[in-house]
Design a protein around this ligand. Structure first.
Ligand SMILES: Cc1cc2nc3c(=O)[nH]c(=O)nc-3n(C[C@H](O)[C@H](O)[C@H](O)COP(=O)(O)OP(=O)(O)OC[C@H]3O[C@@H](n4cnc5c(N)ncnc54)[C@H](O)[C@@H]3O)c2cc1C
Length: 644
């Protein structure tokens, strides 16, 4: 594999304090330098992204008194992709008295991530989770309540307690409205300046330190430079490299990839989450997949016919001819096994020829028992909007027939490498939310992304960034600084290049083909031979892209083809790194399933001797350099994960 990458010096997180794990976050906050309120006004921070991570970070930094510039590519900050989150947000409140605790959330998350995340980060996440709920309730987020008025909770995969707070199937939307109103308050107060419909296309690095961004006004095409004392990326995940995913169509990797090219290491790019409960693809021309929230597995039962090729209607298949395979294989967790496990199990039964629906690529998620037990109204109260969404898309009523579901790309655990302070390997560049790699290891548990995004934005970053900003005042940088001029010229050059190719293929056609290659070879199951094939094809396709792409129109106008082409160019480079990462990790862990490394009963088989590390990749323009961050487990014993 030496032709694909080289190995460099190991990397270490030097920011997490030593000592008892429950004291580390307190210790770090006490050890960090503070900026006095009068000096905060003189310091500026750019925040790219207004989802739960970026929106909460910008609002909190504004409230603290820093001068904040906030960027998003949507027409309003509250249209960030976080709005799509359905099922809920975890917190170790133990309102149910069912044995939950910070320790248990910590344990579940480390185990759920298949022992590929950092203990210090995950423990802090579990501690902070409790504060998030209080913060959001104070903002007026309308979490579901039980009959007595207490906040209600439900269960999500990979856990046996009920710790997921929710607002019907619209949790992300309600949480984002909370963060958005906090952000708007700061915009009105003048601490935050908002730049919507602006896309960051380059990071400005001066003498090795992040000092600003180059952004394109997506309405006029104007290329702008914005300078600051620190930059925060909260630009979300890169699941759309697969073209078809549950992510919003606009989600892309450009912000983090541009930072990667400027020196920020990219960690664990191959860790992708495939969500087990999505509406199956209906045809070749589809451009988006729809999630059916994991919360549905609280009451829905997953099954397929016992017999191969059984095409009877579900109602005509008697109980003893149904295989409730999750309940059968994993009796302790049943339908609530984690996503990686449930997705692979669905793939296995479909590979055996027992899948249902068109092409046999589907399994049933059946609510008949829940409706009989709880009544139709109770089921509607919990999942009404999800049922309606399903019916609108498929034309089938889940109250009458079971839903058909199939796994789809949903979330990316990889992202820019950050230390305990959420600072990347470029000083002054911080990364929060799905854009970083920090807390979920090789598999994220359901309802933990919202928790992490808000933990990062409301509680972690505002504390850790002050230690960096306390080094100010920083040298003033002018727009005529060589590094700024260079970054701007690079953006302009790239746009000109994309517009001038004038080929015969649309950006979308390349994206669709890239996505198909990634799904086939770097999706639910990966092999050495398949990944090598993918690498060859990606390289060919990338070359073809730069000679055949057609981007009609001009820069000086709203030009969605130009936006797409720039994003796809970055997806090509990312896709290559994902395949190299997947190829070098000759073990299975969490969402990364290497067919060569499985237990006799088909579960992911880790190789802790060789791979208990974070793979942090350095960009070189040719073969990337691998830096390993060793993972040590003091508090949770590494074992073969079992949900049986
Ligand atoms: C359908 C669906 C349902 C989900 N449900 C849940 C759930 O119930 N519970 C849970 O915990 N998680 C859930 N998730 C995952 C969760 O929603 C995301 O991980 C999380 O919202 C990501 O938040 P974020 O703030 O990191 O990024 P995002 O919300 O993706 O925001 C990214 C922001 O960055 C901006 N941006 C990106 N690139 C640029 C650029 N180059 N220039 C300028 N701006 C840029 C965008 O405009 C946007 O404002 C779900 C995900 C999906 C797809």
């Amino acid at each position: 594999m030496s032709e694909l990458f080289t190995e460099g010096a190991p990397i270490e997180d030097t920011r997490a304090p030593a000592g008892p794990i429950e004291e580390r976050w307190d210790k770090r906050r006490f050890g960090g330098k503070l900026v006095n309120p009068a000096n905060r006004r003189k310091l500026s921070v750019i925040v790219v992204g207004t989802g739960l991570a970026g929106g909460s970070a910008a609002a909190t930094l504004g409230e603290l008194g820093y001068q904040v510039k906030s960027f998003c590519y949507q027409d309003s900050p509250r249209r960030a992709h976080s709005i799509a989150a359905q099922g809920g947000i975890n917190a170790a409140k133990n309102y149910r008295n069912d044995g939950d605790s910070i320790q248990r959330l910590f344990y579940d998350t480390v185990k759920g991530g298949d022992y590929r995340s950092r203990e210090s980060n995950v423990y802090r996440l579990a501690q902070v989770s409790v504060e998030i709920i209080d913060q959001c309730v104070a903002q007026g987020v309308p979490f579901a309540r039980d009959y007595g008025g207490l906040l209600d909770t439900r269960s999500f995969g990979g856990v046996q307690v009920s710790r997921t707070f929710y607002a019907r199937g619209q949790t992300g939307q309600q949480l984002l409205l909370g963060a958005y109103q906090a952000l708007e308050r700061q915009i009105a107060a003048g601490t935050v300046e908002m730049f919507s419909r602006h896309e960051m296309l380059e990071l400005i690095v001066v003498d090795g330190v992040a000092r600003g961004i180059v952004a394109r006004d997506m309405v006029t095409g104007e290329i702008e430079t914005h300078l600051a004392d620190a930059v925060v990326l909260a630009s979300g995940g890169y699941g759309n490299v697969f073209f078809l995913s549950t992510n919003a169509k606009g989600c892309n990797v450009t912000a983090t990839w541009r930072a990667h090219r400027k020196g920020a290491l990219f960690a664990n790019p191959c860790y992708t989450q495939i969500h087990p409960t999505c509406i199956p693809q209906s045809g070749e021309h589809q451009s988006k997949l729809t999630l059916m929230s994991e919360s549905l597995r609280n009451d829905g039962r997953v099954w397929v016919p016992v017999t191969k090729g059984d095409t009877r209607r579900p109602a005509d298949i008697p109980e003893d001819e149904r295989d409730y395979y999750l309940e059968r294989i994993y009796p302790s967790f049943g339908n609530l096994v984690p996503r990686d496990i449930a997705s692979r199990a669905a793939k296995n039964v479909c590979d055996e020829g027992r899948g249902v629906g068109p092409g046999g690529l589907g399994v049933y998620l059946d609510f008949a028992d829940a409706i009989a037990r709880l009544g139709r109204d109770a089921v509607a109260a919990k999942y009404g909007n999800l049922f309606e969404m399903y019916e609108r898309i498929t034309g089938e009523d889940p109250f009458e027939v079971p839903m058909r579901i199939y796994p789809a790309v949903h979330y990316t655990m990889g992202g820019l490498w950050v230390d305990y302070d959420l600072q990347s390997t470029i000083p002054g560049l911080f990364v929060v939310g799905e854009a970083n790699f920090s807390d979920h290891g090789a598999n994220r548990l359901g309802a933990s992304a919202l928790m992490q995004g808000l933990a990062d934005g409301y509680f972690v970053l505002p504390n850790t960034i002050s230690d960096y900003l306390a080094k100010g005042p920083f040298e003033k940088i002018g727009e005529d600084h060589e590094a700024v001029v260079e970054a701007r010229a690079a953006v302009e050059g790239r746009i000109e290049k994309l517009l001038s190719i004038d080929g015969d293929r649309t950006p979308d056609s390349f994206h669709r083909e890239l996505g198909a290659v990634m799904w086939e070879y770097c999706g639910m199951e990966r092999t050495d031979a398949g990944l090598r094939k993918a690498l060859d094809r990606i390289r060919e396709l990338r070359e073809e892209f730069w000679t055949r792409v057609k981007v009609p129109g001009e820069n000086e106008e709203l030009n969605q083809n130009l936006e797409k082409a720039g994003r796809i160019a970055d997806f090509f480079e990312l896709a290559e790194l994902m395949c190299i990462d997947a190829l070098h990790r000759e073990e299975s862990c969490g969402g990364h399933f290497r067919a060569e490394s499985q237990t006799p009963d088909g579960e992911a088989l880790r190789d802790d001797e060789r791979f208990a590390y974070v793979a942090a990749w350095e960009y070189t323009g040719h073969a990337p350099v691998l830096h390993k961050e060793n993972l040590e487990y003091e508090y949770v014993k590494m074992t073969q994960r079992s949900y049986k």
